[in-house]
Write a protein that binds this ligand. Sequence first.
Ligand code: TYD
Ligand code: MG
Length: 457
Amino acid sequence: MKRIKTLYQCRECGARFPKWAGQCGDCGAWNTLEEAVAEKKPAAPRFAGYAGDGAAASIQPLSQVAAGEAERAATGLPELDRVLGGGLVQGSVVLIGGDPGVGKSTLLIQALASLSDTLSALYVSGEESAEQIALRARRLGLPAERLQLLTETCVERILALAEKHRPRVMVMDSIQTFYSGELSSAPGSVSQVRESAARLVRFAKQTGTSLFLVGHVTKEGALAGPRVLEHMVDTVLYFEGEAGSQIRLVRAIKNRFGAVNELGVFAMTDKGLKEVNNPSAIFLSRHQAQVAGSAILVTREGTRPLLVEVQALVDQSPLGNPRRVALGLEQNRLAMLLAVLHRHGGVGMYDQDVFLNVVGGVRVTETAADLPVLLAVLSSFRDRPLPQGLAAFGEVGLAGEIRPVPSGEERVREAAKHGFDRILLPAANKPRRAVKGIEVVPVRRLDEALRLVTEPL
Ligand code: TYD
Ligand code: MG
């Protein structure tokens, strides 16, 4: 293959240099030069016979653009369909990231086997041998008659084959293993990942092929390779799971075709990934008796309310600067809440370590967790369990007020459905009509809410 001229481009400012250097000569940023392909003529490889190819673009009124509902295919895994926004959109590019061994390949081969029933499907692996993949598919009992397989790492060769076979849906496992022959850097390097992804995305858009890209995650939790990958694709999913736990969560971080922060819940079994239909049930640890420092939160992930347990441990600190550790919640928010608790609840934690954990490895990004977090903290501090059957949600403002959050009534119903008989919520979230089986306790200020913990209801 003909070698193409390469140059080095600054990630920050876009300046180009013929040689690599540690510092960009233009903007002065360090370590931002990356290998890139010098512009070629003709610009893009073309796939004959598709819309968009060669035809000159024209300006048209928005109202005259024919826009039907995006065509969607069911993946056979309703929880995956849910995070995708209701099924896989034709021609969309989905990036799915996760730690090694979390089950990305398993999830995608299950989805692809099911899709291959109605669409021509191609699984491209740069990581595993064909035998390994076949063995796994067989062990999972997947219908594999129509699933096409390719083990290859050169993007140009993959695209040449794909153009011939015209799959409607394609999985690329994983993007870090593919390389473009036009760059001299090693597979997995930033420029290779970006260039390979760019080519694949272009192919998907020009041919209307749905594309799944698997991406590895770095220790810091970001997708390895350039963040630009996230801008190039339509949907970004993160596949998460805790070591030693069967539970796997798929979360939409970005979705051009659906809600973000939608959560799909799976369990990893010896027969592959299985759906979890009632996720609220698994995130509640079943205590025999009420324990101090535990509060039940009704959060909302995407379009679905979810019950999770928040645990706090408050302990006398030997340090001058006590620790504030939050797992599954934002650390700064915890510091802020503790300040509000001091100022408006009259309880100081300045000589106490505060540890906070959301059970089951769920990450809660919502402000609705504020009130239950403070309840859990105070409950642990006083070593006094919260009343049995109590759930809570609500945002706590800096002035000590309890502020409403979206979908109050839906949360109350979810709590009632799981057998909770009392719920603490912002007064403005009080449902207009009573919900059967659950007593609603509206609160306006933090001190009102805290009184419920220190004095039994
Ligand atoms: P895999 O899909 O290969 O992970 P990834 O592609 O994200 O690196 O999953 C590998 C893990 O999943 C491995 O530790 C074994 C486990 N597993 C099961 O528990 N049951 C199964 O049926 C399969 C296929 C894998
Ligand atoms: Mg894999």
